[in-house]
Design a protein around this ligand. Structure first.
Ligand code: SF4
Length: 202
């Protein structure tokens, strides 16, 4: 790993610490654990997840996720439903109360520069008023680092554009492209946690 790689990862770690601190304040304010807030954020954008999928996305063990799910359920924020295709499979969804929590967290975290589940960018086409080119370059570099960490086996779940089968990397100077949506993607429009992501072979 080069010196620049090391400093890049240190900068990301510093940002991560700032976001975790913001999440901790939210957890104290809402009475829901940080892990519970992260789960609410993921279930809000990916309803119907299974426990194993949540554990993989969060990089924690299933029993840890189960404890946080039980706490959300006891607060009336989560419901479990058998899958329509296989009654042995349990799907997880937020209740209206859980959605209210997720949306509240999302609004507060966006004001602080992130989102409840840790992503840092809006939807394609969203207007970016502050230095979109610089932000886009930073986002692109970070997503490339995440892809490298995934290829090295250090990250299990990655739903960002560069790891998606629908993603067409633009040649130098031209925009990228999402073949599924049929749109060009400027660097600052790259998605961090896309619901339409389809894993490419890496
Ligand atoms: S489907 Fe989503 S993750 Fe895949 S290229 Fe399109 S916007 Fe990116």
């Amino acid at each position: 790993m080069s010196d620049v790689d090391t400093r890049l990862l240190m900068a990301v770690e510093r940002l991560g610490r700032a976001l975790r601190s913001a999440q901790q304040s939210l957890a104290t304010e809402t009475g829901v654990s940080v892990l519970g807030l992260q789960i609410a954020g993921i279930l809000d954008s990916h309803p119907g997840c299974r426990v194993g999928e949540l554990a993989a996305a969060l990089g924690v063990r299933q029993p840890t996720v189960s404890d946080a799910l039980n706490a959300l359920e006891s607060k009336g924020m989560l419901q479990r439903e058998p899958s329509a295709h296989d009654a042995r499979v349990v799907r997880l969804r937020l209740t209206g109360r859980g959605e209210d929590l997720a949306h509240r967290c999302e609004r507060i975290m966006q004001r602080r520069g992130g989102s409840a589940d840790g992503s840092v960018v809006g939807a394609p086409g969203e207007d970016r008023n502050r230095h979109p080119t610089r932000q886009g370059i930073a986002l692109e570099v970070l997503l490339e680092e995440i892809l490298r960490l995934q290829q090295a086996g250090l990250i299990e779940v990655n739903r960002s554009c560069p790891s998606c089968s629908h993603f067409e990397h633009g040649s130098s100077g031209s925009n990228h492209r999402c073949e599924l949506l049929g749109v060009e993607l400027r660097a600052y429009e790259l998605q961090v946690d896309c619901p339409d992501h389809d894993p490419a072979s890496i």
